[in-house]
Structures are given as C-alpha cells and as structure tokens.
Design a protein around this ligand. Structure first.
Ligand code: G3H
Length: 256
C-alpha cells in the first residue's frame, strides 16, 4: 500500500524504569542485527510519561530511528490542572505520537468521545500526531455489530481537527484486548474500511488515502502478517506482545 506501516508498542503500566531502559537498548540492537529497513516501516514505543526522557536520550545517543510517543495527554494547554501533562511537554521531549482515547482511559477514567476529541485537537495544536483509539465492547458487538460504535467514536473525535491534520486511527475491539482472542483479519478490514469512509467524510479524500489505520487486540508475531495483508490495515497497536523485545522485534519485521 502507499502508506508506511506503523508498528506501535503500548507498554501501558507494565514495565518498571529499569526495564524500559533495557528494552529500548535491546530493541535497537535487535532491529539493527536484523537489518530492519526503516524506510519501509515505522516502529514506535509508548512508555509512561516519566520514562520518556530516558527513552529520548537513549534513542538520540544511538541515532536509531525508533519513534516514541506518550500514552495520553491533557486536553488543556496550561493552567490549574493538577497532575496533567500538556502536549507542549511531550513535544519538548521529541515525542512524535500520543495515544488518545485508549479503551482503558475511556473505561477507567471516564473519557467521553468529546474529551477524546479535544485531546486529539490538543495533540495537533502541539505538533503531535494523535493515535485515536476506537473500538466496540463485546456488548456493543452483540447489540449493534462491530462498526457502529467505532464509527461514532471516530466521527466525534474528528470534529475538532483542522483541515490537513496528521493523525493515526487505531481500531481496537475491546473484547480482543489482552484476551488472546484477536479479531480475524477480515473483521479488522471491514471496520477499518468503514473508518476510512468516516475520515473521507470528515476530512476529505486525501486525508482518507493518507491516514494510517492500525488494528489492535492480541496482535502477536504469528498473526501480524495476516492483518497487514488487508488493504485498509496499516499497522498494529500492540500491548502484551510489545513487552518482550524479541517478540516485538519480530512483529516489526513482519515483512521478512
Ligand atoms: O494498546 C494496545 C492494546 O490495548 C492491545 O493490547 O495487544 O495486549 O491485546 P494487547
């Protein structure tokens, strides 16, 4: 496809500080050994906020083209918002990406579609690329089918984005996250194709053609290639399998 695949590792709150450091170092070595061609795939990791600085320094010292991003950001730019981190801080650390609206944030931190939209807009304001997560629960799937909820969530998230905004969409069926029960490539493709129509409707055909749509939910080294073969799936947002260097490196090398 014309879109460079993106393999994104969302560490969530799984690694401690020392593990984060060791991980990035080993990932760089492993991808270097495997001669991964970084012109053909983007590889990104998403550590906790407080490890972004260390990851940035390591990657800069190695001149290694691994990208990184944060797992969340504030919808506010500054002010009396105790505990929040604005996009400006992330940009200052050379973050390329920031995840917004992960299903865990929606479920445990009561993030509504409107909040997710205003976080996506905040990311764009600061020159970050939001990875906008959408996905249906098992109950949604049962009552409304696979695409109704993700389509609605993405529609709201795109409302506040300026024309020409650079963003990524991650389709993550909630029932597939951490369950070992991935969607089939056909299921992922059918929702991804619908999401691309939503992008086209909201942002135009160029945006639809250019924007990467990732699949997430129990992606492993042995199923990644089957997702990437689908025309509208441009990469993966990986949780559990992103925590083991060799497994994540294999996923990044899905083409070989
Ligand atoms: O952000 C990543 C997803 O929630 C997927 O997690 O690969 O452990 O299923 P998982």
């Amino acid at each position: 496809s014309k879109r460079t695949p993106l393999i994104a590792g969302n560490w969530k709150l799984n690694l401690n500080h020392l593990q984060s450091i060791a991980f990035v170092q080993k990932l760089a070595w492993s991808l270097q050994d495997a001669r991964l061609d970084f012109r053909t795939v983007d590889v990104a990791v998403f550590p906790p906020f407080t490890d972004l600085r260390s990851v940035q320094s390591l990657i800069a010292a190695d001149h290694f083209p691994i990208l990184f991003g944060a797992q969340d950001l504030s919808e506010h730019d500054s002010g009396a918002y105790t505990g929040e981190i604005s996009g400006a801080f992330l940009k200052a650390l050379d973050c390329r990406f920031v995840i917004v609206g992960h299903s865990e944030r929606r479920a445990y931190h009561h993030e509504t579609d409107a909040i997710v939209g205003s976080k996506a807009a905040a990311a764009i304001r600061h020159g970050l690329v939001p990875v906008i997560c959408v996905g249906e629960t098992a109950e949604d799937l049962e009552t409304r089918g696979a695409s109704a909820v993700p389509v609605e969530q993405l529609g709201v998230a795109l409302e506040g984005l300026p024309e020409g905004a650079d963003f990524v969409v991650a389709y993550e069926p909630v029932w597939a996250i951490g369950s070992g029960r991935a969607a089939t490539p056909e299921q992922a493709e059918s929702v991804a194709a619908r999401l691309r129509e939503v992008i086209e409707g909201a942002m135009g055909p160029d945006a639809a053609a250019r924007t990467r749509i990732l699949y997430g939910g129990s992606v492993k080294s042995d199923n990644i290639a089957s997702f990437l073969r689908e025309p509208d799936v441009d990469g993966a947002l990986v949780g559990g399998a992103s925590l083991v260097v060799e497994e994540f490196a294999k996923i990044a090398r899905f083409q070989s």
